[in-house]
Design a protein around this ligand. Sequence first.
Ligand SMILES: [Zn+2]
Length: 214
Amino acid sequence: MDELKTLIDGYKRFYKKFFEEQKELDKNLFIKPQTPKFLVISCCDSRVNPSQIMDTKPGDIFVIRNVANLVPTNESDGKPHSVGAAIEFAVKHLRVKHIIVLGHSQCGGIRALMEGKHSGDEYDFIDPWMDIAKKARENVLKDHKDKSFKDQCSYCEKASIKISLNNLMAFPWVKQKCESGELNIHGWYFDMETGSLLSKQGETFLPVDKLLLK
Ligand SMILES: [Zn+2]
């Protein structure tokens, strides 16, 4: 049970900060309805916590996390789709102004995708999930076949962001709000080795600071 102590101690610091010290200011955060301006879609990786990376407060960002920060294709088949449901809630109900697909380096999901199909019963869920980004793998193997596996994974991490952005635009209400200027979608990439946060600009990724110069 000692492992849980870190979490319980962390909760105590959180409670002190938001429910004791800044009572009036921050209590409202939890009592009033949430009004985040941003939806961030990030990986489950324990080091890629968007609230931590962008130092946000409770209420600032609505977050979807899944393996390799993927947006599946728009499947309105009446079956439960957790990512689609969360995007729908963020766009239609919360009316977020920005959607950020946040990829990252050394992604285990992308590495699994680049390794190819796993035989046996080692993974029941990862291969079919990562199929969402199979086109990224195909393109990387075609365009960067001479690169090292590590570099190919890095290209694939970025190429899969593009697939997710395209899949986002396949939701008609996302497309419509983007066209009317109510919504903007972005592809960002967190380089864990250097700590850099990059933004997709055309076909390349540049430091996010550059966005503020526009
Ligand atoms: Zn990842």
